[in-house]
Design a protein around this ligand. Sequence first.
Ligand code: URA
Length: 209
Amino acid sequence: MDHLTVVTHPLVQHKLSLMRDKGTPTAVFRQLLREISQLLAYEVTRDLPMTTRAIETPMQAMDAPVLAGRKMALVSILRAGNGLLDGILELVPSARVGFVGLYRDEATLEPVQYYFKVPDQLDERLVIAVDPMLATGNSSAAAIDLLKAKGATDIRFLCLLAAPEGIARMKAAHPDVPIVTAAVDERLNESGYIVPGLGDAGDRMFGTK
Ligand code: URA
């Protein structure tokens, strides 16, 4: 895969614009995120290995294409990553699920780990890390560091929106991790928010402030 894939499909772009609108209610925002997560998952799994299985249709026998059974792990970067999980799990119900919790130390501005629980055999799995917003890239890069320390070697990063700064940070830290996103926005503001963006994804998703 290329290091960066921007999914420009009209359905994705339309739904993303609805999500950006500050008037979009929480429940609708969550539903749109779930729908987009499935469209992005389609792209991030595009090159999954295939094999064939001998089956019989009502008409005749055939060798039908099926997934080769590659083990997969979805890893949500808390808390906003959870908004992408359910939709992807509907498409790939056999995937195992992990969680990485990081907060930003306000003194050092460095990510600090507060939770880490991932499936075993990460070295044998395709690992898809999910977080709607790739902003500074600091917590995403730190999450990928933790996954690699647990043995993951085949990792992809799926997000809804990315800032150029976050993409550059990820490319420098993890050039082997392809990023799939619905859009690359203009920049980060002084508070580290993506503009034009959609605000705080966790707050929009859960109705908090
Ligand atoms: N996290 C968010 O939720 N929104 C941003 O714009 C940046 C980081």
